[in-house]
Design a protein around this ligand. Sequence first.
Ligand code: CA
Length: 217
Amino acid sequence: MRVLVVEDERVLADAIATGLRREAMAVDVAYDGAAALEKTGYIDYDVIVLDRDLPRVHGDEVARRLVAQRSASRIIMLTAAGDVDDKVEGLEIGADDYLAKPFVFMELVARVRALGRRSAPPLPPVLERAGIRLDPGKRQVTRDGAEIHLTKKEFAVLEELMRAEGAVVSQEDLLDKAWDENIDPFTNVVRVTMMTLRKKLGDPPVIETVPGVGYRL
Ligand code: CA
């Protein structure tokens, strides 16, 4: 899942990003509204955590523009004020959810996950395919009932392959969804991660390489 955190309080922004990365999400950060709009111009985020009170371009305006562009990204708005009027306004502008500061971090995680599921075509929260069962909420993978311990990136790659439901997923798509913008697009991390993931998943092999196109499960 690819997430953009937009928050001008840098310490808070970085803390949210670090916390979401621990949940195996790929997270980028923007410290103002203009930077957020620039990033959303070329990256399709599943979820945008959007602070309302932002410098340069206000959070409300960021949300309005995303809605006007028919962005598929789901927006959760953060605001300092917890009163009902703020919530209603935020939702009218086009936010999908709303969280008042201060918030409990696990609540933000749960809501981001719920929104991420809505941004994809509706799928059961637990993914199952070829004897493999992946539970994004518990970060748990089993094959024929036996638990498999994966790194965050291996987990994210497997999740994308399972979400594709048998369609081929390109290396670019995997980089987009499982890594963040700091990754060198010419890196071989996808190949390396695929190798360790395959080894952990065991035999018979379930991930197929489609030469020149990508991977399929
Ligand atoms: Ca702010």
